[in-house]
Write a protein that binds this ligand. Structure first.
Ligand code: ZN
Length: 113
């Protein structure tokens, strides 16, 4: 049973795998990939929400969670997190991301500090 009416603690949304969309049982959420986004991409997303990232090469849309600004990963330069259900999905997403990012011409990767 849960108490209703407590707004500060958001109900944890069912986490789904970024790659295969399968629901991830909370006791086995072992995999996640975090990434940095470009500043201009970040203007279109809201921290703490779930967004979709289009991977044209893989012909796929994947889920990503935009990290809230107070999260520790955010402080170490990561902006978004991809929850994953398994090793296999992690590998598939990783290579898809690499392919996308690797093909981006002149990726502006200037650290602000
Ligand atoms: Zn999966």
């Amino acid at each position: 049973m849960k108490l209703a009416g407590q707004l500060e603690a958001q109900p944890e949304p069912a986490t789904r795998c970024s790659w295969c969309e399968r629901e991830i049982p909370s006791q086995s959420r072992a995999f996640a990939i975090s990434v940095s986004l470009r500043a201009e991409a970040f203007q279109e997303v809201v921290p703490g929400t779930e967004e979709r990232l289009l991977l044209p090469k893989a012909e796929k849309q994947v889920r990503m969670i935009i990290l809230p600004s107070e999260s520790p990963a955010k402080r170490s330069g990561k902006d978004a997190l991809f929850p994953l259900c398994s090793d296999r999905c992690a590998g598939a997403l990783q290579s898809a991301l690499r392919e996308e990012l690797g093909s981006a011409p002149n990726e502006p990767t200037q650290p602000t500090h």
